[in-house]
Ligand binder design. Structure first.
Ligand code: PHE
Length: 371
């Protein structure tokens, strides 16, 4: 017997539930009999046609006819019924349009001999790849990983790292400041971190020695972009604090790391330098990987090391005792070293890239070479 919409004699929840259940049973039975697209269209019109469909009929006969008091509840039920009708009928459509899998394979709509659609895999960005490689060298030595915010306060980026206010060493950092901070005390003013060294302070604030961490991350400086400069770049910071850590430990650790990154024949040399938060401080140079440290290749001067045989790669030093004062470490009991290396610089050397901008332009032809 075909289903027709009954008039409601009373509008109690009980009656409504029964009528909706009958309607849904009829709907499901009819949906099940549909076997072609043409039959589906008849079904759709019977249930969903704008003025005469069953959906419109229940609106008229159930909802509109309901006394004001019962309207909210009847409205909810009719709405539930509407969703079910739409769900069943729309859901059936795709099936009806396609027919069975057997029909599909016999017909022309699916040619299983056609090649599939290839979904190309992305490649890891060379900077992230290099950064992960550096981090894993130190993880293998027992270091853990710490991260800090890219928007820092003057306190973490400078003050606690022993840069006094107005000290010329601040100028070496080409800082980008967040605007309109003048009303705050200097130490609370926000800036884009110029190095990952503030993570040293954040780490020592929350951990007691022994500490061995590396801190990878993005840093910002007010540098005009060219082949060797970018206002955004990446660093990996390192910090080891314990009892009796010496400059020998620093040398051994970084010599090992450079050999792990560039090959076991690479030599390192420590050249005196200056950072406010380390004393003594050094720049680490590696023997030129292009000329084997000789300064000459292809019958002329090596352009990569300007014939010096050495390439400068990172900054480091023994943590200045003043820094321990900011984090409540006892400078008489502990000692440590820190280092910071530029990830782009290392990637440029490892992969022979001649322009730092290539890392940031997003040209797939460059990036896919690292896949
Ligand atoms: N933060 C320094 C820089 O960006 C590098 C550095 C880190 C030097 C740790 C010494 C110790 O130039």
């Amino acid at each position: 017997m075909t289903y027709t919409v009954p008039k409601l004699k009373d509008f109690s929840a009980e009656t409504l539930d029964k009528r909706v259940a009958e309607l849904v049973a009829a709907l499901e039975a009819e949906v099940n009999t549909v076997a072609s697209e043409a039959e589906w269209k008849v079904l759709r019109d019977r249930w969903m046609a704008r003025k005469t469909g069953i959906l419109s009929q229940i609106n008229e006969a159930w909802l509109k006819a309901a006394p004001a008091k019962a309207k909210p509840e009847v409205g909810r039920k009719v709405n539930e019924a509407r969703l079910l009708i739409e769900h069943h009928i729309v859901g059936k459509r795709e099936w009806a349009a396609k027919g069975t899998l057997r029909d599909l394979m016999l017909g022309e709509r699916l040619d299983i001999t056609l090649p599939g659609i290839r979904r190309p895999l992305g490649a890891e960005h060379p900077i992230i790849k290099t950064m992960n490689e550096i981090v894993s060298v130190f993880r293998n030595l027992g270091y853990s990983v710490e991260e800090g915010p890219e928007i820092e306060t003057d306190y973490y980026n400078f003050e606690a790292l022993n840069f006094p206010p107005n000290h010329p060493a601040r100028d070496t950092q080409d800082t980008l400041f967040i605007a309109n901070q003048e009303s705050k005390p200097l130490r609370d003013r926000l800036l884009l971190r110029t190095h990952t060294s503030p993570v040293q302070i954040r780490t020592m604030e929350k951990m007691k020695p022994p500490v061995r961490v590396v801190c990878p991350g993005k840093v910002h400086r007010n540098d005009a972009p060219d082949a060797t400069h970018s206002p955004i770049f990446h660093q990996v910071e390192g910090l080891a604090v314990d009892t009796n850590i010496t400059f020998c430990d620093l040398k051994g650790t970084l010599d090992h790391a450079m050999k792990a990154l560039f090959g076991s024949s690479v030599k390192t040399r420590f050249y005196p330098s200056y950072f406010p938060f380390t004393e003594p401080s050094a720049d680490v140079q590696i023997s030129c990987i292009f000329c084997g440290g000789t300064g000459y290749r292809d019958g002329g001067r090596c352009p990569n090391c300007k014939a010096s045989g050495w390439i400068e790669l990172l900054g480091c030093g023994m943590v200045d005792p003043n820094v321990y004062g900011f984090v409540d470490y006892d400078a008489r009991k502990v000692s440590g070293f820190a280092f910071g290396m530029g990830v782009e610089r290392i990637a440029i050397l490892k992969y022979g890239v001649d322009d730092i901008q290539l890392f940031f332009n997003g040209d797939v032809r460059f990036l896919e070479q690292f896949g």
